[in-house]
Design a protein around this ligand. Sequence first.
Ligand code: MG
Length: 355
Amino acid sequence: MQRSFKTPFCLILLSICLVSLKSISAQLPTGWKAHDLNRPAPVVVTPAMKAGGPPSDAIILFDGKDLSHWQNRNGQQARWKIKDGAMESVPNSGFLVSKESFGDCQLHVEFASPKTVKGSGQGRGNSGVFLMGAFEIQVLDSYQNATYPDGSAGSIYGQHPPLVNASGKPGEWQTFDIIFRRPRFSPDGQCQSLPRFTVFHNGVLVQESSEAVGPTRWIQHGELRSLKKTTKGPVQLQDHGNPVRYRNIWIRPLVETPQQPKNPYDPVTIELLEMDARKLVGQYGGTPITYRNGKLFLGFAGSQLELVPHSKTQFGFTKSAGSVQFTTNEQGVGKSLEIKLDAAGTREENRKQPK
Ligand code: MG
């Protein structure tokens, strides 16, 4: 009886210790420790030599030649016209819809409102760039053209005015550079994060991580939950009855789920007794090992790095990738140590004054 009681009790106690020690071994919010060479290297992307040009991994949606990447909302041939390397919205021809769909992305669009000014407010040079076919970044001739702020050029229509009015003059080519993160939903349909937009208009920041509460509608917002099963949607260009032109449109799908470490850090974490820890304290060449508040620390490059015990002689670091391996005598007293830090290579030190 006594034994059957003690065994589960010990297991529970051990579990608590391990959980406690693991929580000490905190990593970065990304799941990685600092300077881990196993972390995937950034993919090489060759930037365009000309400002605004497509980088090497971009999908070209319009290069001035044809509408092969586009259709209308019914899936039929688009009726916008192409002239002088640009495409122009033909009034009442309907939205232009990309054939391909996208989620998180970086989108570059160049546009020009008509040089000859006609109309005012929302009736002047109105078009729009829709992400996921749902959220409009407003295109409008906002050069000396008063309208409601959340409907001016660079607004998330009906929700967020641009931070500033960076509009060019009528007829001038202008740019939008849009970074879009789509909404996220849990399996039961609860919204976990709203769609997010960062937008540069002619190189000027006009939206910074702005969150949309729902798809764009006139007068009122749409319901975000209508997108709860949608992870991708087309880019759409609005036909609002004004002959707005577009050119040089490219898009880069963004990584939606950054890669996590394949193996967990510090898989074998033990409880190090104080008597064992103190046997490792000392000066190892230029590297001090100290003990305080129940923890071992390694002095390195001006920092005190907490050591996470994997065994009595093998340690990791709480926030940085790497390890420390001690060699000891038969009594467990430290003789030398080997430090492996991805950012600084490997270094071995012998203890100067063993205690
Ligand atoms: Mg519009």
